[in-house]
Design a protein around this ligand. Structure first.
Ligand code: G3P
Ligand code: CA
Length: 246
């Protein structure tokens, strides 16, 4: 199978991150999947936004967790795109699922519960995935490994990805401890040995975030199973040009 291209926060190199605009743009660029970040609003709705604070990407300010969904919907979500997408809003996970449930798009759902507590986030995410029958097309990732274990308790067949930054000597051992199916390896930790040994341990390897053509090409040549990138169109082009996949 060809390596899969996942659009990080959607096609976020060109569109406002984690918005429907960026997700639809990823589909137009023929991405195999999207990656998005999920956290809870004050009224416990699943909202798609990266930072815990609203200030960098939206016209709101303060903690996401201190705002209801209705309040969050008032803010524009195109602040990091020079205000070029006035209709862009913070989507709910449900809205994303509604848009893409009838397609073949894969979705990596990163639970943002490492720094700020998000009570019952795991239960709510699994419930939403089941409602849309998306178990086979979704991967749940997190820097919070205990949370990944909780996902497996809730649904043993749900695919999970151990997401990390910085060096881990034997990441396949950590993946086994937390029952993860995939390793999401930062680009500066990718090498042929870690990929080979991860594969030998039955793990799928995705590299993140690979944005320059050179980094994307290097990762593909090393044998990753997928690339997480802000530029899915660029990654597709690099993949098409590679001899080993022609
Ligand atoms: O693809 C992995 C990546 O999404 C994790 O980091 O900060 O972009 O959510 P971050
Ligand atoms: Ca993320």
């Amino acid at each position: 199978m060809l390596p899969l291209i996942y659009a990080h926060r959607g096609a976020s190199g060109l569109f406002p991150e984690n918005t429907m605009e960026a997700f639809h743009a990823a589909v137009r660029r023929r991405a195999d999947g999207i990656e998005l970040d999920v956290q809870l609003s004050q009224d416990n709705k699943l909202v798609v936004i990266h930072d815990h604070q609203l200030d960098r990407t939206t016209t709101g300010s303060g903690l996401v967790r201190r705002h209801t969904l209705q309040e969050l919907r008032q803010f524009r979500a195109d602040k990091n795109s020079h205000s070029r997408y006035p209709k862009a809003r913070i989507p709910t996970l449900r809205e994303v699922f509604q848009a893409f449930a009838g397609t073949s798009l894969r979705i990596i759902i990163e639970m943002k519960n490492f720094l700020v507590s998000q009570p019952h986030l795991e239960e709510l995410v699994i419930e939403q995935i089941r409602r849309f029958q998306l178990t086979e097309r979704t991967i749940i990732s997190s820097f919070n490994f205990d949370s990944l274990l909780r996902i497996k308790e809730l649904d043993p067949v749900q695919t999970t990805g151990l997401l990390y930054v910085g060096p881990i000597a034997k990441p396949w051992e950590v993946a086994a401890r937390y029952q993860a199916d995939q390793l999401h390896i930062p680009h500066d930790q990718l090498n042929s040995s870690v990929i080979k040994q991860s594969h030998q341990h039955g793990l799928t390897v995705l590299g993140w975030d690979l944005n320059s053509s050179r980094h994307i090409q290097e990762a593909l040549e090393l044998g990753v199973d997928g690339v997480i990138t802000n530029y899915p169109g660029r990654a597709k082009k690099v993949l098409r040009a590679l001899k080993r996949y022609n």
